[in-house]
Design a binder for this molecule. Structure first.
Ligand SMILES: O=C(O)CCC(=O)C(=O)O
Ligand SMILES: [Fe+2]
Length: 296
């Protein structure tokens, strides 16, 4: 399927997905779901099909904004300033591979086994890190936990899930992802820090040993992450053998008030969606005053 502007005919996309599934598997195992609940994340190394890994990567690299970024980056290389990392939020210009990541059988099964039926798409992003890219310290991305607005205080126990895709993978200490296993079990008070967790001060509260897990993932991998779980990313060394690390994030939320980044859905996405996908997309998006309306 050639480069076309998105969304193209949804029936065509579905037909493509049926013939060319992006995932090797259609559902998680019980053991994986148990590990997810215990650790706050589960890694799926090489979960994309060979064709999916290649197609997804090519699709990413062929987006107009991406082509422009690399053209600019080439020009910037001869300048003294380092080129900036690339962040695309919201990445709405999908193709037939990234389109599958909304609701492939594997995605739906993961959601069904964790969140349940009341799940909404929140937003999706694309990121590139070039050599010299800095580290990201330990953090949580669950907005109901990070915003003190009464709506968020009331909604804190609802699910906020990130599906982190690494189409070309990463090596340890080369923009590698680390997570503190079990950290999702600690109450979200302001005195909780990654340092205290790693020093063992909060093990008793979590009911387990909180420990740092440093990942290394081959191309075509995904990490299914409870966004309460503390996670961090190392820097990309200047002499990294990988020129540019690619990371794509699909975020889903339990039904309820918008999160800080819950994105607007384009009308054409809804027009073309089947009923199941419509349910994923039919929710309120974030606006400056949305939380005050939810409390009224
Ligand atoms: O780059 C990654 O692997 C994860 C990045 C991250 O944690 C974030 O963007 O919030
Ligand atoms: Fe994060």
């Amino acid at each position: 399927m050639g480069r076309q502007s998105y969304p193209i005919d949804h029936k065509m996309m579905k037909e493509f997905a049926r013939k060319h599934p992006i995932f090797r598997i259609d559902s998680p195992s019980l053991k994986e779901i148990a590990a997810f609940h215990e650790d706050g994340f589960v890694a799926y190394p090489n979960v994309l099909t060979n064709e999916g890994q290649q197609g997804f990567t090519d699709e990413i690299l062929s987006r107009d904004r991406v082509v422009e970024f690399f053209e600019t980056t080439e020009a910037e290389r001869s300048k003294p300033d380092k080129p900036q990392d690339f962040v695309w939020r919201n990445w709405d210009d999908k193709g037939p591979w990234s389109d599958q990541l909304f609701d492939a059988p594997f995605v739906k099964a993961l959601m069904r086994e964790t969140v349940g039926q009341e799940v909404h798409f929140c937003h999706s992003t694309m990121h590139f890190a070039l050599r010299g890219s800095g580290p990201i310290p330990f953090h949580q991305d669950h907005h109901h936990w990070r915003h003190e607005n009464p709506v968020n205080l009331a909604e804190r126990d609802k699910w906020y899930i990130q599906m982190l895709y690494y189409p070309i993978g990463f090596k340890r200490e080369d923009k590698s992802l680390s997570a503190i296993a079990g950290s999702h079990k600690v109450a979200p008070t302001s005195d909780v820090t990654a340092e205290r967790m790693l020093a063992g001060e909060l093990d008793e509260q979590a009911g387990r040993e909180l420990k740092q897990v440093d990942l290394e993932l081959p191309p075509g991998s995904m990490v299914f992450l409870n966004a309460r779980t503390f996670h961090a990313v190392s820097a990309k060394p200047l002499d990294s053998p990988q020129e540019c690390r690619i990371f794509v994030n699909y975020i889903f939320k339990e039904a309820g008030p918008p999160h800080r980044y819950t994105q607007p859905i384009q009308p054409e996405w809804l027009e073309l969606a089947d009923p199941e996908r419509k349910r994923l997309f039919q929710r309120e998006h974030w606006t400056e005053d949305c939380w005050s309306r939810w409390m009224a």
